[in-house]
Write a protein that binds this ligand. Structure first.
Ligand SMILES: Nc1nc2c(c(=O)[nH]1)N[C@H]1C(S)=C(S)[C@@H](COP(=O)(O)OP(=O)(O)OC[C@H]3O[C@@H](n4cnc5c(=O)[nH]c(N)nc54)[C@H](O)[C@@H]3O)O[C@H]1N2
Ligand SMILES: Nc1nc2c(c(=O)[nH]1)N[C@H]1C(S)=C(S)[C@@H](COP(=O)(O)OP(=O)(O)OC[C@H]3O[C@@H](n4cnc5c(=O)[nH]c(N)nc54)[C@H](O)[C@@H]3O)O[C@H]1N2
Ligand code: SF4
Ligand SMILES: [Mo]
Length: 744
C-alpha cells in the first residue's frame, strides 16, 4: 500500500491545484478581528476562551486570552464558498487525490450535495430532497442507524441529536471522544463518580505543583501555558512526563508576558522533565506511589476518611519490585524518587493529562494510576489540587454531558424517558470503533455524521474506507470539506450538508469548556453570499420531524434553542442554570463537577481506588512485519499526534517548526536510532506497521526517547490496525510498532 495523500500534481491535475491556491490567499484580516470579538467561545480547543464578555476573555474574566490557534480556526471558516460549478468540474477520483490541507482550502461548503450510486460527481440537491432521503434512510430498524459526532457543534445540537437517536430507539451514538478522552471519562467516573476535571481555572491558579502528563499544551492548549508560567513565577513546580521533549514545555514565549519573551526568550516551564517509555505511565505512577510510601509522604488520614480500596493500592505499590518498575518505564529509581519527593512536599498538586495517557490499550489504567497518586497524597477534593483531563475539541465535553455517549447515566435515562415517552434502549451502542466494525460487517444502513472526520480519525484507513463504503446512506454535516467526504463514501448515497458555524448561527447556543464552564454564544451572520446553509438545529429537528412526526416531542418547537435549554435544564445533571441563561446571560460552572472537598459523587461519597497492573510492554521482531530478522532496518515504537499547524485531521500548515519537521511526511527519530538503523538524517525511508506502509518518509533527528519515533496523523493512520483499550474502546495511537527500512 502507498501513501493515500498524494499531492495534486501526481494525479489531481492542474486546475484543481489552481483552485485551492486561489482560495488560500484571500485577504480577510478585518473579518477575523470581527469574529475574534464576537461573543462566542473559541472554535478550537476546550480551554474555553471567549463567550459573553467577548472573544478575548477567559473563565476568570481575564482579558487578552486568544491564541493563534483561534485565529487559524476562524480564518479557515472565513474562506469563500465553494463555487457553484465546482463539483461538476471534478470527479470524486480527482477529489480523492487531495490531501487534508487541500480539502480544507477548497473553501466553505455552501450548498447541499449528493453523490449517488454509479455517479462520478457530487451534484447539488435541494434541502427538500435531502429531507426526503433522510426520512427514508432513518425509517430503518434502530440498531442499523448510527451517528458520529465531533465536538465543534453546540450543546443544543448535541442534545437534540441524542434525543432523536434515542427516540428512534438507537443507542449508536459514537463520538470523537471515543477516540480521545473516553479512558479519562470512564476511569474518573469509576474512581470519583464524575468523569470530568475536578479543577476549575480559578482553582488551578492556586496550585503550587502541576504534573503534566502526555500533553503538548504549548501547541494544543496554548492558554494553559500562561497558568503554568504564573505558577512557576510564584515558586511552584511544573513536572513534565513525556517521552518526547516538546520545546514549549521547557521554555515558552507567551504574548501574555511580553517582557520575558523579549529579554529571556520565554519563560521557564519544566522544573523536572521525565521521558518514560511510551505506554509505561502506570509503571511511572506506581513507582511514584512506592516512593511516596518509602519517603513517608502518604496521607493515611485522608485515605482512611475519604477513600475505599486504598490498602490494596498501597500494598500493590509496596510489593512491586523497583526493578520491574524501572524496567517497564525506562526511568531510574532516582528520577522517580525526585518526582515523588516534589509531589509529596507540595501543598496543592494538580495532575493534568492529555492524549499521551489515553491513547493506549491500558488508557483507563493510566488514568486510574494518576487518580490513585492524587488520592494517596490527599490531592483530590481541595482548592488548588485534583485531577484534570485536558479536553480536546472546544465542545467535546458538552457532547458527553448532553448524553451523546454509549454510556448514558441512569439519571439521564430516567429524565429522557419522561420526554421521549418510552424507556431508553438498553442495547449497547457502537462507539467510534464499534461503529467501524459494525459498518464493515454490513450492520449499518444509515449514518449521520455531525461534524468530524470519522474516516481519517480512525486507525487503518483502508479498513475505515471499506467500512464506510458498506453503509447505505451517509450524511456528512460539515462547514468545510475534508478527506472523509471524498474517501468515506456510502454504498447508495453520500450527502454533504453545509451548516452555519458557531459564530454564524441564527440562534443562541451554548458550549462547555474542559473546566466545566458553560459559555453562551450569541447569534451571528455568515459572510457567505448566496449560501444555502441551515443550522445544525434546523437540520436535525427537520429530519426528526419527518421521521418521527409530532407525538410526545414537538420537534419544530425545538428549533427555538431556548426551549432546548429548558429541556437540558430538566434532564442534564448540574445544568439547571441553563434554563435561565437567556434572561440572565450568566455563564456558569456546572454543579457537582468541581470538588473542593473530598466528598465525591460516588454512592458513599468516597473515592473508589483500584489497583493498576503494570503493563507488559513488548516490541516485536522484524518477522512480525513479514521480513527476515537479519534484514536491514530498525523496529521502533511510534507515537502519532498533532503538529503545531493542524487541528486534528485538518491541516492548516505543513511544517512544524517547533519539532524541526519541515513537512508532513517526516519521521522524528533519536540520533542513536538513526545510526543503529544504518540511516542518515534527511534520508527517505519506508515505514511499515501492521496495516500498511508509507513510502518516502524523511528522517528528522529530534529530542525523542531512544527506541521511539513520532509521526503526524492523519497520514500515519494508514500504518496500523486498531488495538483498543477493552473498556473505553480507544485506540492505541501512541504505541505502534513500526519497521523502518531503506527505500528499495
Ligand atoms: N492546535 C491544535 N490544538 C488542538 C488539537 C489540534 O489538532 N491542534 N486537537 C485538539 C484535540 S481533539 C485534542 S484531544 C488535544 C490533543 O492534545 P495533546 O494530547 O497535547 O496532543 P497529541 O499530539 O496527541 O500528543 C500528546 C503528547 O503525548 C506525548 N506522548 C506520547 N506517548 C506518550 C506516553 O506513552 N506517555 C506520555 N506520558 N506521553 C506520551 C507526546 O509526545 C505528545 O507530546 O488538542 C486539542 N487542541
Ligand atoms: N493517529 C492518530 N489518530 C487520531 C489521533 C491521534 O492522536 N493520532 N487523535 C484522535 C483524537 S484525540 C480525535 S478528537 C479525533 C478527531 O476526530 P474528528 O473530531 O472526527 O475530526 P476533526 O478533524 O476534528 O473534524 C474536522 C471536521 O469537522 C467539521 N467541522 C468543523 N466545524 C464544524 C461545525 O461547526 N459543525 C459541523 N457540523 N462540522 C464542523 C469540518 O468539516 C472539519 O473538516 O482523531 C483521533 N485520531
Ligand atoms: S487556548 Fe484554546 S480556547 Fe483558548 S484561544 Fe487558544 S485555541 Fe482557543
Ligand atoms: Mo481529541
Amino acid at each position: 500500500m502507498t501513501d493515500s495523500t498524494n499531492s495534486p500534481t501526481t494525479g489531481g491535475g492542474l486546475p484543481l491545484l489552481q483552485y485551492w491556491l486561489e482560495k488560500s490567499v484571500s485577504p480577510q484580516g478585518l473579518k477575523i478581528w470581527e469574529k475574534l470579538n464576537h461573543q462566542s467561545s473559541c472554535l478550537s480547543c476546550a480551554w474555553g476562551t471567549g463567550g459573553q464578555k467577548g472573544g478575548f476573555v477567559n473563565e476568570d474574566s481575564e482579558y487578552l486570552q486568544r491564541c493563534a490557534k483561534s485565529v487559524e480556526a476562524i480564518s479557515a471558516e472565513l474562506q469563500d464558498g465553494i463555487k457553484a460549478d465546482f463539483f461538476q468540474q471534478f470527479t470524486v477520483e480527482e477529489l480523492q487525490k487531495l490531501d487534508s490541507q487541500q480539502c480544507d482550502r477548497l473553501g466553505r461548503l455552501s450548498y447541499p450535495v449528493i453523490l449517488r450510486k454509479g455517479s462520478n460527481h457530487y451534484e447539488r440537491i435541494t434541502w427538500e430532497e435531502v429531507y426526503k432521503i433522510a426520512e427514508k434512510a432513518f425509517k430503518k430498524s434502530p440498531e442499523r442507524l448510527a451517528s458520529y459526532s465531533s465536538g465543534r457543534s453546540s450543546n443544543e445540537a448535541a442534545f437534540i441529536l441524542q434525543l432523536m437517536m434515542r427516540a428512534l430507539g438507537s443507542n449508536n451514538l459514537a463520538d470523537c471522544s471515543d477516540l480521545c478522552h473516553a479512558p479519562s471519562t470512564v476511569g474518573l467516573k469509576e474512581v470519583f463518580g464524575s468523569g470530568t476535571s475536578m479543577v476549575s481555572l480559578e482553582s488551578l491558579k492556586q496550585s503550587n505543583c502541576v504534573v503534566l502528563v502526555g500533553s503538548n499544551a504549548p501547541a494544543n492548549h496554548p492558554r494553559l501555558m500562561n497558568e503554568l508560567i504564573k505558577i512557576r513565577d510564584k515558586g511552584g513546580k511544573i513536572i513534565i512526563i513525556n517521552p518526547q521533549i516538546e520545546v514549549g514545555l521547557v521554555k515558552f514565549a507567551s504574548p501574555a508576558f511580553p517582557i520575558k519573551s523579549l529579554l529571556k526568550g520565554g519563560s521557564d516551564i519544566s522544573t523536572l522533565y521525565l521521558q518514560p517509555i511510551p505506554g509505561s505511565d502506570v509503571a511511572v505512577f506506581v513507582g511514584i506511589q512506592k516512593s511516596l510510601l518509602e519517603q513517608n509522604l502518604i496521607n493515611f488520614d485522608y485515605l482512611g476518611n475519604y477513600t475505599d480500596g486504598w490498602q490494596e493500592v498501597i500494598n500493590h505499590a509496596e510489593n512491586i519490585r523497583w526493578q520491574d518498575i524501572t524496567d517497564t518505564c525506562g526511568l531510574s529509581q532516582e528520577e522517580i524518587e525526585e518526582v515523588a519527593y516534589n509531589i509529596g512536599k507540595s501543598e496543592k498538586v494538580v495532575f493534568a493529562w492529555a492524549m499521551g495517557i489515553t491513547h493506549h490499550i491500558n488508557g483507563v489504567d493510566n488514568v486510574k494510576s494518576i487518580a490513585n497518586t492524587a488520592l494517596i497524597t490527599g490531592n483530590a477534593g481541595k482548592i488548588g489540587a485534583g485531577t484534570m483531563p485536558i479536553r480536546g475539541h472546544s465542545n467535546v465535553q458538552g457532547f458527553g454531558s448532553m448524553g451523546v455517549t454509549i454510556r448514558l447515566s441512569e439519571a439521564i435515562k430516567i429524565a429522557l424517558k419522561e420526554i421521549i415517552g418510552q424507556p431508553i434502549t438498553e442495547t449497547k451502542g457502537y462507539s467510534a470503533r464499534g461503529l467501524i466494525t459494525a459498518a464493515r460487517d454490513a450492520k449499518i444502513d444509515t449514518l449521520l455524521c455531525l461534524g468530524g472526520n470519522l474516516y481519517a480519525a480512525n486507525p487503518d484507513l483502508t479498513e475505515a474506507k471499506k467500512a464506510l463504503n458498506a453503509v447505505e446512506t451517509i450524511f456528512y454535516v460539515a462547514t468545510k470539506p475534508n478527506l472523509g467526504h471524498f474517501h468515506g463514501l456510502g454504498k447508495e448515497n453520500t450527502l454533504i450538508l453545509p451548516v452555519f458555524n458557531r459564530f454564524e448561527n441564527p440562534h443562541r447556543t451554548t458550549t462547555e469548556s474542559g473546566n466545566n464552564f458553560v459559555r453562551l454564544n450569541e447569534t451571528g451572520i455568515t459572510h457567505l453570499k448566496d449560501a444555502d446553509l441551515v443550522s445544525e438545529i434546523e437540520l436535525i429537528t427537520e429530519i426528526a420531524d419527518q421521521v418521527l412526526g409530532e407525538n410526545l416531542i414537538n420537534w419544530k418547537r425545538l428549533q427555538d434553542t431556548s426551549y432546548i435549554r429548558e429541556l437540558i435544564a430538566k434532564t442534564i445533571p448540574g445544568y439547571s442554570k441553563i434554563g435561565e441563561i437567556d434572561q440572565t446571560k450568566q455563564e456558569f460552572t456546572i454543579d457537582g463537577r468541581i470538588f473542593t472537598k473530598p466528598n465525591f459523587s460516588t454512592a458513599n461519597g468516597k473515592a473508589q481506588m483500584q489497583i493498576t497492573p503494570l503493563p507488559r510492554l513488548t516490541i516485536p521482531d522484524k518477522t512480525f512485519f513479514g521480513v527476515k530478522e537479519d534484514s536491514e532496518g530498525i523496529v521502533l515504537i511510534l507515537g502519532t499526534g498533532r503538529s503545531y499547524g493542524q487541528h486534528n485531521t485538518v491541516v492548516y500548515n505543513t511544517a512544524d517548526k517547533y519539532r524541526g519537521m519541515p513537512h508532513r511526511h517526516c519521521i522524528l527519530m533519536n540520533g542513536e536510532d538513526i545510526k543503529k538503523g544504518g540511516f542518515t538524517v534527511n534520508q527517505r525511508v519506508k515505514v511499515r506497521g501492521d496495516a500498511g506502509e508509507l513510502d518516502n518518509i524523511e528522517i528528522i533527528a529530534g529530542n525523542i526517547l531512544q527506541g521511539t519515533a513520532f509521526m503526524f496523523y492523519p497520514e500515519a493512520n494508514v500504518l496500523f490496525k486498531a488495538h483498543i483499550d477493552n473498556v473505553a474502546e480507544t485506540p492505541a495511537y501512541k504505541r505502534i510498532p513500526i519497521l523502518i527500512r531503506r527505500l528499495s
